[in-house]
Design a protein around this ligand. Structure first.
Ligand code: AMP
Length: 822
């Protein structure tokens, strides 16, 4: 055969020299190959009808490994009908298969004298059978999967260079029911080289999460998820039954529950066993309101002891309220105690690996109050002096309290907020570990080193910039610690020329993040403070921030996937509120998403969080607040509590269900404040399950005590995950409250005339252009608009199509019926 432009050999030859390096592929772990033509080094033995049609060609790749390809190029003759059929492919356990074709296809314009005969497509077909039918072949039995066209053709440039583009097309086939199947390729007169054919199915691969193992699981063909129960790994036991869901895409979603290591088998690595218990606690000196104590270092410190945590409480109060102190050495003086009172105390040591076991409980009593044991002979002068002193003290305390109330009204705590500050890191706690405000440290750099590990900059490799933070760039990179596996990380840098305050504020985020340890809170790996640039290193979240991620994947997730994401956020927020940490800036832009769709709360800081947030707007009382996400009481008088975080959670819920829509669209901040104050609330996003909309409305209760706690939110979402059928009833089809921002008055068929104008408040701007100039004269015309009509005016993406059609339907029913009061 000649080496002319129509030669199949020419096609292959050019391909070999241009594209073979790209064939060196490692397939994803969740794909199981049923057929891979490249893996065969001998003849593939596929059947070709007629024999002068498709031709099997041998070639070698860059390693001189033989590969087999097929091509046909009968472009000069009319009525071509050339078939190529694979061998029989057993289906194994697959319900849905994927066919990946790599091919080159000649542009007919580039072949002289073929006008009218040359084609630029070929057909892909399949036939299911229970057994191998050998060479038996009947065209009509085959079902068409698709017509395959090239995105990129093989063309010739003006300079005469031939540019070959490799096309890759994937098609899904399913559900399959018989034991196996054949694939067939029908050519009707194209010049095509089939470089490789791969057939695979997806599975959720064996994995271990939260100490539970989950077996290889083949997804269903339909949209439903497969619920899989995990088994605790050896030497661990269930804390909460572990389970996950396997999606049709072969991804594990929504990990729930976990196992915990049995005693004696706790997780440890070469750098990180926690210290053994502190012992030998003794009293050195006691007064009426203080005690000095000393103790011995743990027998097995297993590392450098960073500090000791001393927890004590009045014996009578039985741990309902306790105080925590930290000491660097093996002694401490506890002050501010009540005279003549019994106290109980426990001490534990902390190393880089975490807290060790607590000591046994130690009891001590303070001395009796001698001030009132003055003998009767004492002079009246002493008594008068004491009474005057007491009166002065009482008066001072009273004044102090009054002044405190007036000045610090905005700082007072909500009754159910668990965090109470006593300066210098002394905290009184109602029985749980609490967050320590790094600003209570005289030297904030001490706080960083208390809560964050110092990393050696040489262990960090920066790859690329992924975002911009207030203090510098955010990069992706890798962290390799000695004797640990390399992990992907995000690296926030502090740009040069910073002031002391900027450095402190930058590192405050690490001091806060370092106190948290939860799967739905972004994990701090450590900080670099001893060399420049100063860095904060956290786990890497492949999908970036939730708002842009949702916008990128508009209408692409199942309800259960969205609920899984929301559950994660609620669970992270429950943890934060249990710790007594109020986030103040909870919004989809401050949630990060990893490759498993796990959502994690991020963006910690104090006042700087709001300074940093582009949504932050100055209020009349000063200070920046992200108005659209913030509860009315926090806007009005800076009452930030876990209940105001619950309001923000409701807004995040709305953002998620509307795939990243901007809350209150283009309304001004002032209009939002006014509307919310007057009792108006956001309407349900399109197709939003009624239960989730109800949860939003609950979070937006004006009275903050009526809003659900994060614990309740988690449990509501868990119930929905267990019973996904409940997601089918949508808020748009059930009764809607009358106080919605988009009620009849705002949805009335506008006299404004064009659909483009109407779409402005709906934020469907990409589609708006398509509609400008399209006038709708009556409700009937609007209601009859279909996705086909939308395609005609250029709205081709499914998500926006769906949104617009259902918006129009809602508009139609609203204008006919008006809003329904609850
Ligand atoms: P921040 O300063 O935390 O708001 O981060 C700015 C941007 O950097 C975010 O919007 C993300 O796009 C990106 N980013 C921050 N942290 C991470 C992370 N851990 N993983 C991936 N991207 C991140």
């Amino acid at each position: 055969m000649d080496c002319d432009l129509r030669s199949p050999l020419f096609l292959i030859h050019l391909f070999m020299s241009t594209f073979l390096p790209a064939l060196c592929v490692i397939y994803p772990l969740n794909e199981v190959n049923l057929l891979d033509s490249k893996a065969s080094q001998g003849e593939l033995g596929w059947i070709s009808y007629p024999s002068h049609g498709w031709e099997e060609i041998s070639g070698v790749d860059e390693h001189y490994t033989p590969i087999r390809t097929f091509q046909v190029c009968n472009v000069m003759e009319y009525s071509q009908n050339n078939w190529l059929r694979t061998n029989w492919i057993p289906r194994q356990s697959a319900q849905k298969i994927y066919v990946e074709l790599k091919f080159t296809l000649r542009d007919c314009n580039s072949i002289p004298l073929v006008l009218g005969t040359c084609k630029e497509t070929f057909n892909l077909l399949y036939l299911e059978t229970d057994d191998d039918q050998g060479s038996h072949f009947r065209e009509h039995q085959y079902l068409k999967i698709d017509t395959i066209a090239a995105d990129e053709s093989f063309t010739q440039t003006d300079l005469g260079d031939r540019i070959l583009k490799l096309n890759i097309e994937v098609r899904e086939v399913g559900p399959l029911t018989k034991k196996g199947f054949y694939l067939a390729f029908q050519d009707v007169g194209a010049c095509v080289a089939l470089v490789s054919v791969r057939v695979y199915f997806k599975k959720c691969p064996y994995t271990v999460r939260n100490l539970a193992s989950f077996p290889d699981t083949v997804p269903m063909d339909s949209q439903s998820l497969v619920e899989v129960k995990g088994s605790c790994v050896n030497h661990s036991k269930e804390e909460e039954p572990p389970r996950m869901y396997c999606s049709t895409e072969g991804e594990w979603l929504v990990p729930i529950g976990k196992c915990l290591c049995n005693q004696g088998y706790e997780e440890r690595s070469s750098t990180c066993q926690t210290p053994s218990a502190v012992s030998g606690i003794r009293k050195e000196k006691t007064t009426r309101n203080s005690v000095s104590l000393a103790w011995q270092e743990p027998e097995r410190p297993n590392g450098i002891i960073l500090d000791y945590e001393i927890k004590y409480y009045e014996k009578e109060e039985q741990e309902t309220s306790y105080t925590i102190l930290r000491a660097r050495g093996c002694n401490v003086t506890l002050g501010g105690l009540k005279p003549n009172t019994a106290y109980l105390l426990q001490i534990r040591a902390r190393t880089a690996a975490g807290y060790g076991a607590s000591s046994t409980t130690f009891q001590f009593e303070t001395s009796p109050d001698s001030a009132f044991s003055i003998s009767s002979e004492s002079s009246q002068v002493v008594l008068i002096a004491i009474s005057s002193a007491v009166a002065i003290i009482l008066l001072t305390v009273l004044l102090y309290v009054l002044i405190g109330r007036v000045c610090c009204r905005s700082k007072s705590k909500h009754p159910d907020e668990k965090r109470l500050h006593f300066g210098n890191g002394h905290l009184r706690l109602p029985g749980i570990r609490t967050y320590i405000d790094p600003h209570t440290y005289e030297d904030p750099s001490q706080a960083v080193h208390e809560f964050a590990k110092e990393l050696d900059a040489s262990c960090i490799a920066i790859d690329k910039v992924v975002g911009a933070g207030e203090f510098g760039e955010v990069c992706s990179g890798r962290l390799r610690l000695p004797s640990k596996k390399e992990i992907c990380v995000a690296i926030k840098t502090l740009k040069g020329g910073y002031t002391d305050k900027q450095r402190r504020d930058f590192l405050a985020e690490a001091s806060i993040m370092g106190q948290f340890d939860h799967p739905n809170i972004i994990r701090l790996e450590g900080v670099v403070t001893r060399s420049k640039p100063v860095m904060i290193v956290t786990e890497y979240m492949e999908n970036g921030s939730l708002d842009s991620f949702l916008r990128k994947h508009d209408a692409q997730f199942t309800g259960i996937q969205l609920v899984g994401m929301l559950r994660g956020i609620a669970s992270g927020m429950k943890y934060l509120s249990d710790m007594g940490y109020v986030h103040r800036d909870l919004a989809a832009r401050n949630i990060l998403v990893n490759s498993n769709l796990v959502c994690k709360v991020s963006d910690f800081g104090l006042s700087r969080v709001l300074e940093d947030d582009p949504e932050g707007a100055y209020t009349t009382r000063g200070g920046k607040i992200p108005i659209r996400w913030t509860a009315p009481e926090a806007i009005a008088y800076r009452k930030f509590t876990s209940a105001s975080d619950a309001w923000s959670y409701g807004i995040v819920l709305w953002e998620v269900m509307s795939y990243g829509e901007r809350p209150y669209w283009e309304m001004s901040n002032q209009d939002v404040i006014k509307a919310v104050d007057e009792g108006y609330r956001l309407p349900p996003p399109m197709d939003c399950p009624a239960t989730l909309y109800q949860l939003m409305l609950d979070c937006w209760q004006k009275e903050r005590n009526n809003r659900p706690k994060f614990e309740q939110i988690v449990s509501i979402l868990d119930k929905l995950i267990r019973n996904p059928g409940s997601l089918k009833i949508t808020a748009n089809t059930t009764s809607r409250p009358a106080n919605l921002l988009l009620d009849r008055s705002s949805l009335e068929v506008p006299s404004m005339g064009t659909m483009g104008d109407w779409m402005d408040p709906m934020r469907t701007l990409p589609c708006k252009e398509a509609f400008s100039g399209v006038s709708y004269s009556s409700c009937d015309t609007i209601a009859k608009t279909s996705t086909e009509d939308l395609k005609k005016v250029g709205v081709t993406i499914v998500g926006p199509q769906k949104k617009i059609v259902s918006s129009l339907k809602a508009l139609d029913s609203n204008t006919k019926n008006g809003p329904v009061p609850v």
